[in-house]
Design a protein around this ligand. Structure first.
Ligand code: NAD
Ligand code: IPM
Ligand code: MN
Length: 332
């Protein structure tokens, strides 16, 4: 049996997570899904964004399905929903964040280092009023995510673009040195290096040139939204955060979208594509993953949501996906 811990979170998180649960339960899969409090909702109830019981349930699960976190009223507060997400990733050591982006002539995969860099370095305020965040990387942290990216590139079109800011940052010089060293173990993969500003430009102007992009945490956060923008928007972009073993965390790239929360119009495609990544990477059900991806593509073509210029609500889109899954003979 596949044990899934679901953390709906805030804003549109619970709206799209509910669709994920319906779809998981509709699949011919022996699955148990349990919901746990997380993010702003958990701060308001328990004063912490990641309650101990939630983390314990995640550790015991085969996979974590996460909606989104973030509440406008907690932006800049001393205890913030986003801290729960950052702590969860660290606690589960899900160091490789896979963020695919596809569109006409575009099929790229961003591999974002997820548990290092600026997000996890020393930070604070000084008596003089200044503030600091520090970016640190160890060779080991770079090496393990680089290996994951080379392996993924080897199974795709065999091209890896490592993105850094080697012309300015010391961590980027260590990044590049380490990636070059790891590359000797993957002679079948063609490696190139690119500066992050140029990578942003190319993701907008020539996204079709990329196969796999490997980069550090902050650059990967920004570039994955850029790639999403190039490929139809945040309503479509999925992610899988993987460590060396289970549980992986499967979550959309988007946030809690306070501007549309509660309206019932969030696009659940990004969440459902994340569930497809779960089926592929955590459940070893590649056929179900493909069936779900095809059902989502079909629903996007015929019943597009509001963010894509259509009129389908979250519930209507979910019905469309469930109908297609039910009709797929392979699932009977
Ligand atoms: P956002 O990703 O929530 O929204 C950006 C824009 O995209 C908004 O206009 C929103 O309506 C739209 N959008 C996003 N997802 C959509 C969907 N599924 N369907 C239709 N439209 C969608 O980014 P933001 O507004 O900058 O951040 C809001 C909050 O979310 C912040 O508190 C932020 O910290 C948090 N956040 C959380 C995550 C996460 O949980 N993984 C990711 C990003 C941002
Ligand atoms: C993402 C989000 C998170 C990040 C925030 C909410 C901490 O933007 O998953 O892309 O920056 O990693
Ligand atoms: Mn982000």
């Amino acid at each position: 049996m596949l044990r899934v811990a679901c953390l709906p979170g805030d804003g549109i998180g619970p709206e799209v997570a509910a669709v994920a649960i319906d779809v998981l339960r509709a699949l011919p899969l022996d699955v148990e899904v349990e919901e746990h409090t997380f993010g702003g909702a958990a701060i308001l109830a328990d004063e912490t964004p990641l309650p101990e019981a939630t983390l314990a349930a995640c550790r015991e699960a085969d996979a974590v399905v996460l909606g989104a976190v973030g509440l406008p009223e907690l932006e800049g507060a001393p205890v913030r929903p986003e801290q729960g997400l950052i702590e969860l990733r660290r606690a589960l050591d899900v160091y490789a964040n896979l963020r695919p982006a596809t569109g006409p002539e575009i099929d790229l995969l961003i591999v974002r280092e997820l548990v290092g860099g600026l997000y996890y370095g020393a930070s604070g305020r000084r008596p003089d009023g200044s503030a600091f965040d520090t970016c640190e990387y160890t060779p080991r942290a770079i090496e393990r995510v680089a290996r994951r990216a080379f392996e993924l590139a080897g199974a795709r079109r065999g091209r890896l673009t490592s993105v850094d800011k080697v012309n300015v940052l010391e961590t980027s010089r260590l990044w590049r040195e380490t990636v070059v060293r790891v590359a000797t173990d993957y002679p079948g993969v063609e490696l190139e290096h690119m500066l992050v500003d140029t990578a942003g430009l190319n993701l907008v102007q020539t996204p079709g040139r990329f196969d796999v992009i490997l980069t550090e945490n902050t650059f990967g956060d920004i570039l994955s939204d850029v790639a999403a923008g190039t490929c139809g928007g945040l309503g479509l972009s999925a992610s899988a955060s993987l460590g060396d073993g289970p549980p992986g965390v499967f979550e959309p790239v988007h946030g809690s979208a306070p501007d549309i929360a509660g309206l019932g119009i969030a696009n659940p495609a990004a969440m459902l594509r994340s569930v497809a990544l779960l089926l592929r990477h955590a459940a070893e059900e590649p056929e179900l993953a493909t069936a779900l991806e095809q059902a989502v593509d079909g629903a996007l073509a015929e019943t597009p949501t509001v963010d894509l210029g259509g009129s389908a609500t979250t519930a209507e889109f979910a019905e469309s996906v469930l109908g297609r899954l039910g009709a797929a003979a392979s699932l009977r």
